[in-house]
Design a protein around this ligand. Structure first.
Ligand code: NDP
Ligand code: 2IT
Length: 449
């Protein structure tokens, strides 16, 4: 059980746990935010009177639906679809869709909750939402993916719109899936409404840099963390978990800036390549062949594959978890500290368990939570929406510059807020407090709705 210094927040947390039983990931995300808000309530009693925290913890709308589809053998399959529209005080609901067998209401609620604060931190006019399905894309053909996406959108389309709710990708949902989803939305509505989804292909309303944005943005954030310490990435050893969209473009940007990434992974195990990961090979295996990371060592003999190993045992200066929630626990954190790791920044959403965060704080490791460090993805989604709205297409360089500016802004907001509230260097408090205040103010202004 979590203990807050503030009794009022402790009672509130208990109430939320009781109202939302059997949702451990949602409880974890709420606990982490509430843990930062004590000093905010003392300074801003208006948020207490308005019950801003209680409202933020109760999603505006939760949609659960059946997704029936036929596999290639003609068998009928049934999955469950979700969309949790958490908060729309700042703008239309915005957040990704995740297709993974581990998806539950709890997972989608935690992601929608986190997304609300993340989107606020970007400074863009975006509410928070998340969706997805317990559908497992692994081993599915293109035809199966298309039929699943069409069935999913046949229900979800009525809840979406460029001024209502704008999904994007997340685990298991990339440009191929966004294409099938957009095609079905267009067919159902008879509208070429580009701004209803982000992460689109460049030929059909997509924007340059969106593919790279989460990973690049994460590394721009890390650059800021290093700059404060008068350090830089050049020559630093990094470890990046995962080998999907976020991991790949994190590795790319670290390498461009002179860092050395020595390991990456997937759910099958870890690839360790002390001379530096061959990113072209990872892209070939993951983006082109949709294969497993263990194939890396078949083609590159000096790499080692460690099935089922913890990537966090590999010594590094900078650790970047980019796979999934709760993938870095207290034991992993101690191993990182022991091996001299000084910086940890989350590319994934909530990959670090609460006891691991505690270890980092106790040992002076600079730790950046995902809602700040991985916000470059959704921020660039907002840039895609801007381009769609103005029927324009910006250059790579211009968009990348804007992404860099946005990440610098987020870092500054978190850093200064942490200082203002008496916990300098604590990016968790900085992100939670700055994100919360922005949303809570807007909620107050819009009345009790
Ligand atoms: P992808 O589907 O492209 O890649 C996911 C990667 O994580 C794969 O390597 C996958 O391995 C691994 N992974 C997923 N689930 C598990 C699991 N349960 N155990 C071990 N490994 C796992 O997804 P993304 O790269 O888009 O997303 C990665 C993380 O980043 C997620 O937490 C997501 O919420 C977050 N994020 C994504 C953004 C985006 O724009 N895409 C923006 C901000 C955050 P395997 O193939 O074996 O499953
Ligand atoms: O977690 C995230 O921020 C995302 N998956 C991206 C959301 C988006 O709308 O671009």
């Amino acid at each position: 059980m979590l203990m807050y210094a503030n009794e009022e927040l402790q009672a509130l947390y208990q109430e939320i746990v009781q109202r939302n039983p059997a949702e451990p990931e949602f409880h974890q995300a709420v606990a982490e935010v509430l843990g930062s808000l004590g000093p905010v309530l003392s300074k801003h009693p208006e948020f207490r009177d308005d019950r801003a925290i209680e409202r933020l913890c109760e999603p505006e709308r939760q949609i659960i639906f059946r997704v029936p589809w036929q596999d290639d053998a003609g068998r009928v399959q049934i999955n469950r679809g979700f969309r949790v529209q958490n908060n729309s005080a700042l703008g239309p609901y915005k957040g990704g869709l995740r297709f993974h067998p581990s998806v539950t209401l709890s997972v989608i609620k935690f992601l929608g909750f986190e997304q609300t604060f993340k989107n606020a931190l970007t400074g863009m006019p975006l509410g928070g939402a998340k969706g997805g399905s317990d559908f497992d894309p692994k081993g599915r053909s293109d035809g199966e993916m298309m039929r699943f996406c069409q069935s999913f959108m046949t229900e979800l389309y009525r809840h979406l719109g460029e001024y209502t709710d704008v999904p994007a990708g997340d685990i298991g949902v990339g440009q191929r899936e966004i294409g099938y989803l957009f095609g079905q939305y267009k067919r159902m509505t008879n509208r070429y409404e580009s701004g209803v989804l982000t992460g689109k292909g460049l030929d059909w309303g997509g924007a340059l840099v969106r593919r790279e944005a989460t990973g690049y943005g994460l590394v721009y954030f890390v650059q800021q963390m290093l700059e404060i310490r008068k350090e830089h990435l050049e020559g630093r050893t990094c470890v990046v978990s995962g080998s999907g969209n976020v991991a790949i473009y994190t590795i790319e940007k670290v390498q461009q800036l002179g860092g050395r990434v020595v390991a990456c992974s997937d759910s099958g195990g870890v690839v360790h390549d002390p001379d530096g990961i061959d990113l072209a090979l990872v892209k070939q295996i993951k983006e082109v062949e949709r294969g497993r990371i263990e194939q890396y060592v078949v083609r590159r003999k000096r790499g080692r594959f460690l099935p089922g190993a913890s990537i966090w045992e590999i010594p590094c200066d900078v650790a970047l978890p980019c796979a999934t929630q709760n993938e870095l626990n207290g034991k992993d954190a101690l191993a990182l500290v022991k091996n001299g790791c000084r910086i940890v920044a989350e590319g994934a959403n909530m990959p670090t368990t609460p006891d691991a965060v505690r270890v980092f704080h106790e040992h002076g490791v600079a730790f950046a939570p995902g809602k700040a460090a991985n916000a470059g993805g959704v921020a660039t989604s907002a840039l895609e929406m801007q381009q769609n709205a103005s029927r324009d297409a910006w250059t790579f360089e211009f968009t990348d510059r804007r992404l860099g500016d946005i990440m610098r802004g987020i870092h500054q907001r978190c850093y200064e807020t942490a200082e203002e509230y008496g916990t300098p260097g604590n990016y968790v408090n900085g992100a939670n407090i700055a994100g919360f205040i922005k949303v809570a103010r807007a909620m107050l202004a819009l009345g009790v709705i």
